[in-house]
Design a protein around this ligand. Structure first.
Ligand code: ATP
Ligand code: AH0
Length: 378
């Protein structure tokens, strides 16, 4: 008879990122030193919820009623996704220690007068519906400690990808792209930051011109030509020149930002050429960040949905003079790394261990992240 699952070792991580494509829920085992993905569940966001989240993320004029209702509805959806991931593993909730839920970022303002970041997805509901202790609101403790509250996944990248044999960079291409720099010399700090847009502008342009949420495999972008004057205008953004620690979001790299750049051109490029140029923008800004801050990199491991964009991956391989490969190489599916990271972060919290890396976020010191919502008693 197989051993019963070790309840203390199983966590669910839930991520719903800036792309607003859907919810990723991963059931992760920490029974061995290397975390293992046991089962997963992906649920596309229902169109009306997605629309509300998009509006809340981009609009300056936000309805509190809409904010509250969206938080509640999203919390219910996140709870269902956690239960589905547990069922997909053939397990019961009482065999799971806890849930780590990131929520959806609707505002990220780590550098205003009173810095803040806001993720929706009511964790009270997740804890109530699943009966499981839920850790959420991971970013604000790091901000309270003087950091950006992002990126947080580098600590997990360090735990699973750092190697004494190779200087590695882990590149996550989500809506926004971020890198984690993992030196082979353990006395050197692990650093990392958001490089700028990942897929967000590519998705926006595909939706607008193809009526499709993504440019599948990057085929449309690959059919266009990079428009050099537009690329120059897009690269002319102070964020790319700033030194880390730094983090960004759709507040800056928005459709309005792209529109303003396009309006600076005397003649608009063909839509496919804009798509090609946006892919070059993502690839160039990533390559520039690696060359500036990790010139000794021997290998780039890619995760996040952008790994499926073949055009983007080909551009990265051209610009970086080392192998550029999916994290799948290490049996860690690139589509589930972020959700696994929030399972890992929840575990850190419940073990009373820090989750942030001050060298990454700029916090004054390491802190235990998150708020804990107790599960069912008894
Ligand atoms: N087959 C594909 N071809 C091209 N792009 C793809 C493909 N599959 C996924 N993507 C891209 O990946 C995106 C989803 O990636 P992911 O789930 O990593 O983003 P996220 O978690 O929302 O972002 P973030 O890391 O910024 O929070 C899609 O919006 C799309 O742009
Ligand atoms: C504020 C916020 O939600 N930031 C996200 C976003 O998506 C990618 C990048 O920008 C990263 O900084 C972060 O997500 C990952 C999970 C992180 O914190 O590492």
């Amino acid at each position: 008879m197989p051993d019963a699952p070790d309840t203390a070792a199983h966590y669910v991580g839930i991520m719903s990122g800036t792309s607003l494509d859907g919810v990723d829920a991963a059931l992760v085992s920490f029974q061995t030193e290397f975390p293992r993905l046991i089962a997963s569940h992906f649920r596309p966001l229902p169109a009306d919820l997605r629309q509300n989240l998009a509006e809340l993320s981009l609009s300056a004029d936000v309805s509190l009623q809409k904010l509250g209702e969206t938080d509640a509805r999203l919390g219910e959806l996140l709870a269902e996704c956690a239960l589905q991931a547990i069922a997909a593993a053939g397990m019961n909730p009482d065999q799971v220690r806890a849930i780590g839920s990131h929520g959806v970022t609707v505002r990220h303002a780590p550098e205003c007068d009173a810095p803040f970041t806001l993720q929706l997805g009511d964790a009270n509901r997740i804890a109530h519906i699943t009966g499981l202790t839920t850790v959420a609101d991971f970013r604000r403790r790091d901000i309270a400690a003087g950091g950006h509250g992002a990126p947080l996944v580098p600590a997990f990248h360090r735990a699973v990808f750092a190697s004494p044999d190779e200087n590695r960079v882990v590149l996550n291409i989500g809506g926004i792209a971020n890198i984690t720099i993992l030196p082979k010399n353990p006395s050197q700090p692990v650093t990392g930051f958001d490089t700028g847009p990942g897929n967000t502008l590519l998705d926006h342009w595909a939706q607008r011109h193809l009526g499709q949420p993504i440019d599948r495999d990057g085929a449309w972008g690959a059919s266009g030509q990079c428009h050099q004057p537009l690329l120059k205008l897009l690269m002319d953004e102070t964020y790319f020149e700033r030194s880390p620690p730094k983090s960004t979001g759709k507040e800056l790299f928005s459709p309005a930002w792209l529109r303003a750049k396009l309006e600076m051109l005397a003649k608009p490029p063909a839509a496919a050429d804009v798509q090609a140029t946006l892919a070059h923008l993502t690839a160039r800004t990533v390559a520039q960040a690696v060359q500036r801050y990790a010139p000794d990199t021997e290998s780039v491991l890619v995760c996040g949905g952008g790994v499926h964009n073949r055009h983007l991956m080909a551009l990265l391989a051209e610009l970086l003079d080392c192998p550029v490969e999916s994290t799948g190489k290490f049996a860690l599916d690139p589509d589930w790394i972020e959700a696994m990271a929030f399972a890992w972060l929840a575990r850190q919290t419940l073990l009373g261990l820090p989750g942030n890396l001050p060298e990454v976020t700029g916090a004054k010191h390491r802190v235990v992240l998150g708020a804990v919502y107790p599960g069912r008693l008894g």
